[in-house]
Ligand binder design. Structure first.
Ligand code: AMP
Ligand code: ZN
Length: 473
């Protein structure tokens, strides 16, 4: 697997710490609202990464958190708690909206063909672990108490800005920083961040826990450090998220985790670029965003959105519009029809199968080159081989693509004959299969007789490049 690593800013040959095994962590959603299709682009690309690794034979363990506390309206620890804001908006409790939006998230997530992570852990389930990590950071001198909060002291680190080498496009790294950040005067250094909040400003905070520093709640960044270490141990292979997570969120995670552990922590950082529309980055706080439900209401199959995402590279911004999506519907339909036209003819040709499987694996393990992988799909459909081999290849590719290709092809066949009654469809299908068998056995007289028998009943069959088709005369 070749993978671009945000840490080195290079494409590297991926080497897990333990041969054949990959530990992977994904920053999960903040569940104060529906996820938009931008958030879900990140999760689709991460799903492709997991499945590509599995396709290449790795045993992957993937952990995801659910942010149900601690994420403030500014990623830089100021403003209101997003969960509290969501609860007020809906006149519900924080737990009620967390539960509702977590369920909604995983419905959208799976509707888009994503496999469930191996572990999903809500932040509110891990308060003792957060407290423990903060205590260790205080003991080791990496943290301090001020104005009732506990902060991480970034001046204690030789290199806090781990994802910046001083010569890079700072704009890229600083996407998480907003202009409207009000200065927190309790901090020793501008870049210090909160580990634990007990500020009285949050008195109306419904989720509060007892801690050595008073009632309060954890900062957002500590969640991911703790939850990943809890489930994956002291070392991790790949950490994922959207590019807006690079700073400050992932930068702070590295600061906390490595100071706590006393050694390097995660080797590879995988960041997905943003989904944009004509107004710029799609974001929950902007209010005007597209969800999977919006797509469904407008009659789009969520998997068409996945197909759309797969055409582009995860490290490039992707521009969404309904016009573009309409073109994707046509392209997806065409692909499904081509697959639907495949018969079950022949035995799988293992040489051809292996050749195309390798080409596909080479594409997805080349820094998740999904557009190249789709080219391999079309090439396989055009290949000089029998339909059984093509079908087997499509089934294999779909382990990564997760577009339900064969299932949709079967459904489209049913649609194509929807004007006919079941008995006719069954009869014609049987006759076509009988004729194929006759042709295979070189009994051309029988094959012709079957064609004639159908014609006598007003049914015309055609042998096309894409298989046998039939219609009324
Ligand atoms: P959130 O629920 O806001 O914590 O975000 C969940 C994930 O979506 C994070 O990994 C973000 O980096 C990512 N994300 C947010 N906005 C976008 C976008 N417009 N395009 C792609 N990914 C995004
Ligand atoms: Zn995170």
């Amino acid at each position: 697997m070749r993978l671009y690593n945000t840490k080195s800013r290079k494409i590297e040959e991926f080497k897990p710490r333990v041969e054949g095994k990959v530990s992977m962590y994904t920053c999960g959603p903040t569940v104060y609202h529906f996820a938009h299709i931008g958030n879900l682009r990140s999760y689709i690309c991460e799903d492709v990464l997991v499945k590509s690794l599995r396709y290449a034979g790795y045993d992957v363990k993937r952990v995801m958190n659910i942010t149900d506390v601690g994420h403030l309206t500014s990623d830089a620890d100021t403003g209101e708690d997003k969960m509290l804001k969501g609860a007020k908006r809906e006149h519900k409790t924080v737990l009620e909206i967390a539960d509702f939006y977590t369920k909604a998230f995983f419905k959208d997530f799976t509707d888009l063909g994503n496999a469930m992570p191996d572990v999903v852990e809500p932040a509110t389930h891990c308060i003792p672990e957060f407290i423990h990590m903060i205590e260790v950071l205080l003991e080791k001198g990496y943290a301090y108490k001020a104005g009732e909060n506990v902060y991480f002291d970034t001046s204690k680190l030789e290199n806090y800005y781990v994802f910046s080498n001083g010569s890079v496009e700072e704009d890229d790294l600083m996407v998480g920083v907003r202009d409207d950040v009000d200065e927190d005067t309790n901090k020793r250094n501008k870049s210090d961040f909160v580990l634990w909040f007990t500020k009285s400003k949050f008195d109306d905070q419904e989720l509060k826990w007892e801690s050595p520093w008073g009632y309060g709640y954890p900062g957002w960044h500590i969640e991911c450090s703790c939850i990943s270490i809890k489930h994956l141990g002291e070392y991790m292979d790949i950490h994922c998220g959207g590019v807006d997570n690079i700073f400050p969120h992932h930068t702070n995670e590295v600061a906390q985790s490595e100071s706590y552990l006393g050694h390097p922590w995660c080797n590879y950082w995988f960041h997905v670029h943003h989904l944009i529309d004509r107004n710029g980055k799609m974001s929950k706080s902007a209010g005007d965003f597209v969800t999977v439900s919006t797509l469904k209401e407008k009659g789009y199959d969520p998997l068409v959105y996945r197909f759309f995402c797969l055409q582009s590279h995860y490290r490039k911004p992707l521009e969404f519009s309904y016009d573009v999506l309409d073109n994707q519907v046509k392209a997806f339909d065409k692909l499904i029809k081509r697959i639907a036209a495949l018969s079950d003819d022949g035995d799988v040709d293992s040489a051809v199968f292996d050749e195309f499987r390798k080409r596909f694996e080479d594409a997805v393990t080349d820094d998740c080159n999904t557009s190249m992988a789709l080219t391999v799909v079309y090439d396989a459909l055009k290949a000089e081989t029998n339909d059984a081999t093509k079908k087997a290849l499509i089934a294999s590719f779909d382990e990564v693509l997760s577009l339900d290709l064969l299932k949709k092809a079967e459904e489209s066949k049913k649609d194509a004959s929807s004007g006919e009654d079941e008995e006719t469809v069954r009869f014609v299908t049987e006759k076509i299969e009988e004729r194929k068998a006759a042709k295979k056995a070189k009994d051309f007289a029988k094959a012709d007789a079957i064609r004639q028998e159908l014609l006598d009943k007003g049914i015309v069959i055609e042998d096309t490049r894409e298989g046998v088709k039939w219609h009324r005369a």
